[in-house]
Design a protein around this ligand. Sequence first.
Ligand code: SF4
Ligand code: SF4
Length: 345
Amino acid sequence: MKIFGLETRKAYPAKVTIDINTQCNARCVICPYPHLKDKLQHGIMKWDLYCKIIDEYADICYSNKIMGELSYCNMSEPTLLKDLPKYIKYARDKGCFTIYFNTNVSKLTPELVDELIRTKIYPAIHLNIMTFSKANYKKIMGLDFDVLTKNLRYFLDKYPHCLIDVGFFMPFMNEDDRLAVNEFFKDTKVTLHMAEDISDRAQNVELPKDLSDFQSDTKERAFGCSKNRPIHRMHINYDGRVYLCDQDMSLETNFGNVKDNSIKELWNGEAIMETLRVLYGHTKPGKHSIPCLTCTACIDSEKIKILKNPNDYKPRKLLGLPKRMLVKKGLAVVKKRGKLGWIWP
Ligand code: SF4
Ligand code: SF4
């Protein structure tokens, strides 16, 4: 058992994100995908590898008596995968994870929705829409607004009792867009999320200039991860490679491969531990870069330690950490689920 600040890192990941595919059909301006797509290798996770991961993760959940959380795809569109229902079903049959994925909705077709419902493998789905302005939608996501509303309308009309989350970005929404959202989603069970901050994803995306007001000051660098992402969740690329977190979209880190080692071996391996020691202030950054040195995703708390220059870093004493670790960014308003409401993360 390793202790980083007040958080206890268990000897297994409680949550796992698997990139079952790596491609996306959108071109969102806030996402690194358009810039990174030609630099990264793409593929679909092989079925045998997927089964190995799911089997091992199910063993972890059962032996530790936890309900796990499985999600698909850090930076890609899971509904592009033809066999998505087959992948979900295999995991669903284990009976020990909740399952969710984000989607841009363009391929959440009536056929796919019907199949997910018919086969009773319906996962939690977060709809990533960003804006509800026909004029801006194409510009911001590179997708067709009419396809979006057609897919949404089918889903909401045919399965009005399905609980789904829909996410928008405040910088892309004006008053008219919000009214249009309220009108479109009235009488449905959706929960609407409105995000205020835009991250540059550990400097993996260059945001348009007119979004600079919503961006953290990228001259500031954070040490430590306020959401403690790598303490709970393992991220696995389509080829089995394990990487640090959802901000590491350019795959800067490599903690080994689940093809060669078990999930638990990699989770407790020296490669991951070395990075966590730097991240949580136990050792100085070595010559190897980690995305945390350029990450602004966790500068959402005034109390987080911010350094102008990573070289100014001095290792902290364990007793110096608790205050920061205790800071939790809460949801300001969470209206009762099942009713139309805005969530301001
Ligand atoms: S839909 Fe998601 S993965 Fe695709 S470009 Fe947009 S934010 Fe990135
Ligand atoms: S890259 Fe950012 S979000 Fe990811 S572990 Fe490092 S500090 Fe946390």
